[in-house]
Write a protein that binds this ligand. Structure first.
Ligand SMILES: CC(C)(COP(=O)(O)OP(=O)(O)OC[C@H]1O[C@@H](n2cnc3c(N)ncnc32)[C@H](O)[C@@H]1OP(=O)(O)O)[C@@H](O)C(=O)NCCC(=O)NCCS
Length: 166
């Protein structure tokens, strides 16, 4: 499959596009206000990328340094400084329905794994929602705990250990 779109770091000026893709990709109970997304992009710019087709955002990923074995709360406006963190957390991955099945998520997840490798992150964690568990399992993430992330939104906390990306 030939690469789709252009990958670059997300910037605060991309927020309108990020919100558009988020709204199209997630159930309403799983969407976050722009300030919750923006604080993560501003707090850890190395961890946020978008894949653009022309000027349009096809998909994005937002990763932050995180601590402990727990999900990052939805809507949270905190980011842990990298020196206090003990792993990389993929907080958000979304591809607009018009651009799915073309390898956009593959490019974005590859970026996150490369960042984990460069920063020697002990592990990568995430919260799988909307039935994406098999997608993440394909990237070497293992299920740790099932829980309800938002009302009516079952989720699975998943972890990929360093051995898979060192
Ligand atoms: C899950 C998602 C990010 C995949 O994006 P995408 O750009 O279509 O994925 P890709 O084209 O890179 O697909 C990569 C592979 O994963 C597979 N895949 C995609 N979504 C999947 C899913 N939900 N479950 C299992 N496999 C999946 C594809 O079939 C493809 O397999 P192949 O390489 O054998 O053909 C996208 O469907 C999405 O944004 N969903 C809504 C938001 C969401 O649920 N995000 C994850 C939250 S944790």
């Amino acid at each position: 499959m030939s690469p789709v779109g252009q990958l670059r770091a997300l910037e605060p000026s991309d927020m309108q596009e990020v919100v558009r893709v988020q709204t199209a990709a997630f159930a309403p109970s799983l969407t976050e206000p722009p300030e919750a997304l923006l604080c993560k992009i501003n707090g850890f710019p190395r961890g946020a990328w978008g894949c653009f087709c022309e000027e349009e955002l096809a998909g994005y990923i937002i990763c932050v340094p995180w601590k402990g074995e727990k999900a990052l709360p939805l809507g949270d406006t905190k980011v842990i400084p990298p020196e206090q963190a003990d792993h990389l957390y993929i907080h958000d991955l979304a591809v607009h329905p018009d651009h799915r099945g073309k390898g956009v998520a593959t490019r974005l997840v590859t970026q996150a794994i490369e960042l984990a490798r460069k920063t020697r992150s002990s592990r990568i964690a995430l919260t799988s929602v909307q039935g994406s568990q098999k997608f993440w399992a394909g990237w070497g993430f293992r299920s740790r705990q099932k829980f309800e992330y938002a009302p009516g939104a079952p989720a699975v906390y998943m972890v990929r250990e360093r051995g898979s990306h060192s």
